[in-house]
Design a binder for this molecule. Structure first.
Ligand SMILES: C[S@@+](CC[C@H](N)C(=O)[O-])C[C@H]1O[C@@H](n2cnc3c(N)ncnc32)[C@H](O)[C@@H]1O
Length: 264
């Protein structure tokens, strides 16, 4: 069973629920280099290279990435949600890249061996049950010397906020990191590629809007489907935390990228 939601198809039929979390995760961070630009700078690509974006979502990565990466890339946007692919293709259509969209599962990629110079899987592997199979597939479709770049969260990520979700019976921890945190990512990637080194994105976070916290953490079960009295208790817990901290919460941010290189 995946994290965040058991009914992934309906949850990710479009980007609206993801957007509630993105407003929290992206709206209050302070960093010298914005997240997506920082991720793109870890990719080592040449003009004309082929890149596969697995679990592309609405392709929010690409407006920043296309400013940093070489022109003339051949980009394949892959997701299991057709709604996400449609939005992703629309977002990327004016970029100087060759574009295609593919609906498929990360554990069964419909491409021949050695098709890509790079594969990226940004904040998506925590949804995948068979992680070894997905990483095996990423390895298979990469050319020798090609790079896999994975991003995910660390177990302390936004701990000050996830602590409040215990009113729903949740563990006081980022569910994405619990399923596929830094250590698990490094271990699994090292196991297949023989190399993997976590790099943590330097950023701080000060949240000033309690409503954004509420909407983000009730955008998926159990908060999304909790009874009204539990949701009301969650609201009170958020308001109390903000009141205790003069209206602004300093929150731990732990997001990182793990690159691996296919030997050969
Ligand atoms: C949290 S979003 C991440 C979107 C994007 N990569 C980003 O960083 O903004 C996760 C995406 O992965 C997709 N996804 C989840 N499991 C998948 C799977 N097994 N195969 C392909 N896509 C999957 C979802 O449909 C969703 O669009």
């Amino acid at each position: 069973m995946s994290t965040i939601t058991q009914d992934m198809a309906s949850h990710y039929s479009d980007s609206s629920k993801l957007a509630a979390r993105a407003r929290l995760a992206g709206g209050f961070g302070q960093a010298e280099t914005p997240w997506f630009t920082w991720v793109a700078r870890h990719l080592d690509l040449s003009p004309g290279d082929a890149i596969l974006d697995v679990g592309c979502g609405p392709a929010w990565f690409w407006p920043e990435a296309s400013r940093v990466l070489p022109a003339g890339l051949s980009l394949t946007l892959l997701d299991q949600s057709q709604g996400m692919i449609d939005e992703a293709l629309e977002r990327c259509r004016d970029f100087p890249i060759t574009l295609s969209g593919v609906k498929a599962d990360a554990t069964a990629l419909p491409f021949p061996d050695a098709s890509f110079n790079a594969v990226i899987a940004l904040h998506m592997l925590y949804h995948v049950d068979d992680l070894k199979k997905a990483i095996e597939e990423f390895h298979r479709v990469l050319r020798p010397g090609g790079m896999l770049l994975v991003t995910t969260n660390g177990t302390d990520n936004m701990q000050e906020l996830y602590r409040l979700t215990t009113v729903f019976g949740s563990k006081p921890i980022d569910p994405a990191a619990a399923a596929f945190g830094f250590e698990r990512a490094e271990d699994l990637m090292r196991e297949r590629f023989g190399n993997a080194e976590l790099v943590v994105h330097p950023q701080t976070m000060r949240v000033t809007d309690p409503e954004v916290v509420y909407l983000a953490l009730t955008s998926y079960p159990p908060g999304e489907t909790a009874p009204p009295e539990q949701q009301a208790a969650f609201r009170r817990a958020i308001d109390a935390a903000f009141a205790q901290n003069d209206g602004a919460l300093d929150v731990t941010k732990q997001v990182g990228a793990i690159p691996s290189r296919k030997l050969g």
